[in-house]
Design a protein around this ligand. Structure first.
Ligand code: SPD
Length: 280
């Protein structure tokens, strides 16, 4: 008998041939499931939404992290909001300038489950530069004004515990938690989603930052296989501020991120510009 696992995302359903159910539990915030899949290895789902898999995680984690990190002149202090699986922290620590990386994750059980089932994701969580803050990322930023060079919002989607991380107040706090010249990046849904919140997210970010640029990446296990991010800053432009030497060093050991991918990711397909207006 074949077992299939699926995620329903509005009017579409994506499925994966599944194997063993490795973990199923309920934390104070959400349902946590880890399951074997044939093509993507172990998969983590929170409240039924795919968060990460062993075999395609590098796309999302590299693309959430590196465009901002190579564009900042010296990213010493970084905060990852959400991201309890550890993949984003691992990518942040590939940058030699980083002295401090705070992981502000609301659900400590996600971190523990991932430590057990996703050792490659969590491999850098015990690095001395990492501070793990189990608690509300929103509250954390509120208490830490002007501390970070880069803030990466590695949230769930804008429903449930992740909803607050797409509000106007959250974007304001992110801005206030940055030092001058800082960069904020958030994941931002699929551009194909019929209820796509791209314009809403862009507008809210632009209320607080001079620049909010959309970029995309192909992520096979996320709904529609194509995902969005916003790069926000007051003075750093991702296409003219890249440190080429640091970028090349990174590319040598990346699985997805390259100089070409960096530039191409910021190109907006015509239908998106027509539907949403300027995303750049
Ligand atoms: N629809 C899935 C979006 C998930 C974004 N965050 C994933 C966490 C991986 N570190």
């Amino acid at each position: 008998m074949e077992l299939w696992l699926s995620e329903t995302f509005g009017p579409i359903r994506q499925g994966w041939k599944a194997g063993k159910l490795l973990y199923q539990g309920r934390s104070a915030y959400q349902d946590i499931v880890v399951v074997e899949t044939e093509r993507f290895g172990k998969m983590l789902l929170l409240d039924g939404c795919v968060m990460t898999t062993e075999h395609d995680e590098f796309v999302y984690h590299e693309m959430l992290t590196h465009p901002a990190m190579v564009s900042h002149e010296k990213p010493k202090s970084v905060c990852v909001v959400g991201g309890g699986d550890g993949g984003t922290v691992r990518e942040v620590l590939r940058h030699r300038d980083v002295e401090r990386c705070v992981l502000a994750e609301i659900d400590g059980e996600v971190i523990e489950v991932c430590r057990k089932f996703f050792p490659a994701h969590t491999s850098m969580l015990d690095d001395p530069r990492v501070e793990i803050e189990v608690g509300d990322g929103f509250d954390y930023l509120q208490k830490h004004a002007s501390q970070f060079d880069v803030i990466l919002s590695d949230s769930t989607d804008p429903v449930g515990p992740g909803e607050v991380l797409f509000t106007d107040n959250y974007f304001r706090l992110a801005k206030e938690a940055l030092r001058a010249g800082g960069i904020f990046v958030t994941q931002a849904h699929s551009p194909w989603a019929p209820d796509s919140k791209l314009a809403l997210i862009r507008n809210k970010i632009r209320d607080h930052f001079a620049l909010a640029m959309w970029y995309g990446a192909a992520i096979p296990t996320y709904p529609y296989g194509w995902w969005s991010f916003f790069f926000a800053s007051d003075r750093v432009h991702p296409l003219s501020s890249v440190n080429l030497e640091r970028q090349q060093h990174l590319v040598d050991s990346s699985h997805y991120y390259t100089a070409g991918i960096h530039d191409a990711a910021f190109a907006t397909p015509a239908f998106l510009s027509r539907e949403f207006g300027s995303l750049q």
